[in-house]
Design a protein. Structure first.
Lengths: 338, 193
């Protein structure tokens, strides 16, 4: 623990710190007026949040088991939704390549649901979007100007292909059951919600909003947690994940390391990263370890250990040699162990 | 998750096909699920009701597949979280069409409330709910899981499928933002017990 302990104070207040860390926070707070003030702030917020009271659900909510209804929007939204359905019906082009029906249904709000067939393409134009849903798996929002199809649907695997455009997936199935193929990588759901975009070149951008997604392709693999983003490039596979709010300089530097073949550009990019790296970038750093040369790896790892206490039994030499067990211990520490 | 064992028994009974137990399960959790959704959606009771229904429909759909009973509560709150986030995203699509009034339903806060104003407990609670509803969803949901069901960091991490460090960070930032938003309530809360 370095310097002030403000980031640990809520966990301290909730009794969620390990004993040793708790004692260190306690000692620090006793001698630091700034951290004491923050602790007061946290306690104040906790008292306020603790005043939340459960609200009794409305009595008529008990109607729920009777039938599966599409929730009815009120007022203007009903008409807006109805208009959207009309646009949808007119503009979605569907080609039925194979006859096998799946349990994925095209949900056109209050319109009649229709089941999607294996191999069937859904293509939306600039004015339309649609949700497809499988009750035991999750749902996928197909945004405008998107082409996607269902490749497989079964108890052990549901697989889609996103050729271009944008899809938003919310998956409640167990991890590793829902897959999306793009021209440059395979996205493997690890229990999550995410947005996946594919451009006309076949490159993609993944933004995970809940849980984790693993990207695989061209011999590379990236595990992307919620709040993080990763790009993929055709023939190069997934890039290094970075925080959505990372600076533009950092994003450009990561692009260079991942996708620029020029060695000098990569070296310059690494220097940029060393100026930018902070505690929140450990996931980025961990991914970079296996994507840079030995000397760069040693520097990155040295920075990691400055920012965070390494897991037990992990040595700098082991990480320099990309020792699988030691890499996995860090991976586990970072919550990427899927 | 104090009722976890009971919920596990109920879930097992549901899987065995006893319809009455499903009702008990619903009765056990409906108020908490509804309250989380209500706060998440700035007091929009219609949306909270829809979300609550969706959560239980999904629960019914997947109950037969559920095998690890010890994770039942985690699973339920994950459904709640995903359903809230899902609805939040879909509602954003309509924001240009007049959803601005949604926030007003919950009662927007006066920017500089008078310290002479006599706050009742209900009013404090309403302001807290409104302030929480203004947080980013990832901070909002962490606080709701913490305070509506007193989940541990580990349990919240399992629900949100993030690391415990991320939970700690989100709660820490959420608390500090909340304290800043509600600093005017410092003088109206009674002494700490």
């Amino acid at each position: 623990m370095f310097g002030h302990v403000t980031k640990h104070l809520t966990a301290y207040h909730h009794g969620e710190l390990p004993e040793e860390k708790r004692r260190r926070v306690e000692i620090h707070v006793a001698g630091c007026s700034r951290c004491r003030l923050v602790l007061e702030e946290v306690r104040f917020a906790a008292r306020l949040a603790g005043s939340l009271r459960t609200t009794e659900a409305p009595a008529n909510i008990l109607e729920f088991p009777a039938s599966r209804r599409v929730p009815v929007r009120s007022g203007f939204l009903v008409w807006a939704a109805a208009a959207a359905v009309l646009v949808l019906v007119v503009s979605i082009a569907v080609w039925r390549n194979r006859p096998e029906l799946s349990n994925w249904v095209i949900d056109a709000s209050n319109a009649q649901d229709s089941r999607l067939r294996i191999g069937e393409w859904i293509e939306t134009d600039s004015a339309s979007s649609v949700t497809v849903r499988e009750s035991s798996v999750g749902q996928v929002r197909v945004e405008p100007n998107t082409k996607v199809r269902l490749l497989q649907s079964g108890p052990s695997e549901h697989r889609m292909q996103l050729e271009r455009g944008t899809m938003q997936a919310q998956v409640w199935a167990p991890p590793k059951l829902f897959f999306v193929e793009t021209p440059s990588a395979l996205a493997i759901d690890l229990g999550c919600a995410y947005t996946l975009q594919v451009d006309d070149e076949g490159n993609s951008l993944l933004h995970v909003t809940s849980g984790y997604v693993r990207l695989e392709g061209s011999g590379r693999s990236s595990t992307v947690p919620a709040g993080w983003v990763a790009k993929t490039r055709r023939n190069l596979g997934p890039g290094t994940p970075y925080l959505l709010e990372s600076s533009n300089e950092m994003k450009s530097a990561i692009d260079a390391i991942d996708f620029n073949p020029d060695t000098a550009a990569k070296a310059a990019a690494l220097e940029v990263l060393f100026k930018e790296f902070g505690e929140n970038d450990l996931v980025t750093m961990w991914h970079l370890l296996s994507r840079v040369d030995l000397e760069s790896r040693k520097r990155i790892y040295a920075r990691m250990t400055m920012l965070w206490e390494p897991p037990e039994g992990v040595t700098a030499e082991g990480i320099a040699n990309l020792d699988t067990e030691m890499m996995n211990r860090w991976k586990s520490l970072l919550g990427l162990n899927w | 998750m104090a009722e976890n064992d009971g919920a596990d028994r109920i879930a097992e009974s549901c899987r065995e096909g006893n319809p009455e137990t499903l009702r008990i399960l619903f009765e056990t959790y409906k108020d908490r699920v509804y309250s989380i959704a209500l706060t998440f959606f700035k007091g929009d009771s219609a949306t909270a009701k829809d979300v609550t229904q969706q959560v239980f429909l999904k629960l019914i759909d997947r109950l037969s597949q559920f095998e690890n009973r010890s994770e039942f509560s985690t699973w339920l709150y994950r459904l709640v979280t995903n359903t809230c986030l899902d609805r939040h995203r879909s509602m954003k699509r309509w924001v240009l069409f007049g959803a601005a009034s949604e926030a007003e339903k919950f009662g927007s806060l006066p920017s500089v409330p008078s310290v002479e104003f006599e706050y009742s407990q209900m009013e404090v609670s309403r302001e807290v709910q409104a302030a929480i509803a203004e947080l980013k969803p990832k901070f909002r949901i962490a606080i709701l899981l913490k305070y509506f069901d007193d989940l541990s960091y580990e349990e919240i991490a399992n629900v949100l499928q993030v690391s415990m460090g991320t939970v700690a960070s989100r709660l820490n930032r959420g608390h500090r933002m909340l304290a800043k938003k509600l600093v005017h309530l410092k003088n109206v809360l009674g002494p700490e017990v």
